[in-house]
Every structure is written in C-alpha cells, then in structure tokens.
Design a protein around this ligand. Structure first.
Ligand code: CP
Ligand code: NVA
Length: 299
C-alpha cells in the first residue's frame, strides 16, 4: 500500500506512467468512453479548508471510474469535536478504499497516514500540493511536447505548490528558477535537496528568472491560513507580479497558475486571459491526472 503525501513519494517512472495513463483517459473521455476501473471502490475526501478544483475533480474522477466519493468537511465529522485523528483513520479505512485529505498542517496528514490501512492522498497541506503537480506536468507535456530540457520560472511565494514543483523538477531533471522576496523562500530542506540535484536556482529578480523560461508559474501571495498576513504580503510581493512586461522578457513561455487567482495581485487579468495562458487546461487536467493516480493507488 502506498500513500501520496509528497510528490517525492512517487518515483520518476511512476510519475511518467501516471502521466501516460492520464493522457489515455483524457483521450477516451473526449470520445465519451468510460471504463469502470474502480467499480465499487470508494474515496473519502476530508476537507479542513475550502476547495473548488480538488473537490470536484476527485469526485467526478471517482464517478467516471465507476466508484464513489464522499465529501466530508472537517467540522461535520467527529474530528471537529476532537475525535483523535488516529481513531478516525483506523475507522475510516475499514469503510473506504482510499482517503484524500486537505489539511492546514502537514503533520495532520502524516499522522492520519500512519494509522490508515488504505492509501492516503494529500489534496493540499501547508507543505505540499502533489496532485496539482501531476496535473501541471501533464499540462507541460501536452503544451510543450516534452518534459526533458524544460525550464520553469516560479515567481512569487515559495509556498506548498512551489515546494512540490521543485521536488518534481528535481526528480525529472527539469530546471526551476524561483524568484521570491527574502523571507518567502520554499521549504529549506526542499531547497537543500534541489541544490544537491543541481536543477534549482533561488533568485530575487523575477526578470532574471523568466529569461529563457518555457513556463512561468505563479500562485497567490497569501495562501489559505495566511489571511492575517495579507497586508504585509501585498507589500512584500509588489514587484513579483506576472504581467505583460514580464511575459515579454520570456518570449514564448506559457503561463501557469494553480488557481484560485487574485487578478491584479500575483497576475494580471490580461495575462490570465491572454494567448500564453494555459491555466484553464491546467485546471481541467486535475481530473485526468487524478483518475490515473487513483487507479494506480487503489487497484
Ligand atoms: N488548485 C486547487 O487546488 O484548487 P482548489 O483550492 O479549488 O481545490
Ligand atoms: N498556495 C495556495 C494554493 C491553493 C490551491 C494555498 O495554499 O492556498
């Protein structure tokens, strides 16, 4: 049994085979072909934080694979009244075939996974967002025709999505330059690891990062749980906006954002709606990538 708490829980070969299956499932869906790989299988989805894409894409993925997904908000479970995570994990894994969780603290999902007898999938924590990255890699492969030799420029906060993207880049040999203000760097262990692999550069200047980039990726300046720091962050990140001037430096880079976006902050409306944006295809790919992941983990 395997969990996906971090993108680094998957080997390079596993990631590539998930992407291959995702492409096949996407193609079949376009032809309205649905195969019930997960007939009679169920997925519990526990949310401690809100979600649009993660919730819907997992729920529809299970439906289209012939299985069932349960949406469980933290406060509607006994967890909200203080039932221990280790009890919830042991009980829940007797009912369902996998659990997907979105949690405030990464340690919560680690504890759940320790006591779960079924696969646990990280649907976002403060540390990582591995499911997002599977969809992103699928999108890059689709749009650029390859993953080899790609250069990504991450502009803005060194957050959960950035951490997982760096780990995936290190695994796949993709180059990633992160431009962020001082104090907003990615996780220090992840930086250390990425440096040891030699694919990563930490920069302060966004213009330097986007030079020769194939992908420009950004995300919100204040993630869920950081709402109180919003004003401080707006100031710290004011020179880190993905706008047309920045895009011009990179020439034909595609623009990615995991969404939800704050137009006028980390990215402009013109860039989101512009011809270089692949943001909505990227959001769609959550569905295809997660179907492939679920098949891999559950069967
Ligand atoms: N990108 C992403 O995970 O979106 P949601 O927060 O809507 O699930
Ligand atoms: N970094 C963002 C991603 C949302 C999908 C957050 O954690 O809120």
């Amino acid at each position: 049994m395997k969990h996906l708490l971090s993108i680094s829980d998957l080997s390079k070969e596993e990631i590539l085979s998930i992407l291959e299956l995702a492409e096949k499932l996407k193609f079949e869906r376009q032809k309205r072909i649905f195969k019930e790989y997960l007939r009679n299988k169920s997925l519990a989805m526990i949310f401690e934080l809100p979600s649009t894409r993660t919730r819907i894409s997992f729920e529809i993925a299970m439906l289209e694979l012939g299985g069932h997904a349960l949406y469980l908000s933290w406060n509607d479970l006994q967890l909200g009244r203080g039932e221990p995570i280790k009890d919830t994990a042991r009980v829940m894994s007797r009912y369902v075939n996998a659990v997907m969780m979105r949690v405030r603290n990464h340690s919560t999902i680690e504890e759940f996974a320790r006591f779960s007898s079924v696969p646990v999938i990280n649907g976002l924590s403060n540390l990582e967002h591995p499911c997002q990255i599977l969809a992103d890699l699928l999108t890059i492969k689709e749009k650029k025709g390859r993953l080899d030799g790609i250069k990504i420029a991450w502009i803005g906060d060194g957050n959960n999505v950035c951490n997982s993207l760096i780990l995936a880049a290190a695994k796949l040999g993709i180059r990633i330059d992160v431009a962020c203000p001082e104090g907003y760097e990615p996780d220090s262990d992840i930086i250390k690891f990425a440096h040891s692999v030699g694919v990563f550069k930490l920069l302060r200047n966004p213009k330097e990062a986007v030079m020769n980039a194939d992908i420009i990726y950004t995300d919100v300046w204040a993630s869920m749980g950081q709402e109180a720091e919003r004003e401080k962050r707006l100031k710290a990140f004011k020179d880190y906006q993905v706008n047309e001037n920045l895009l011009r430096i990179a020439r034909d880079a595609i623009v990615m954002h995991c969404l939800p976006a704050h137009r006028g902050e980390e990215i402009t409306d013109t860039v989101i709606e512009g011809k270089n944006s692949v943001i909505f295809d990227q959001a769609e790919n959550r569905l295809h990538a997660q179907k492939a992941l679920l098949i891999n983990l559950i069967i």
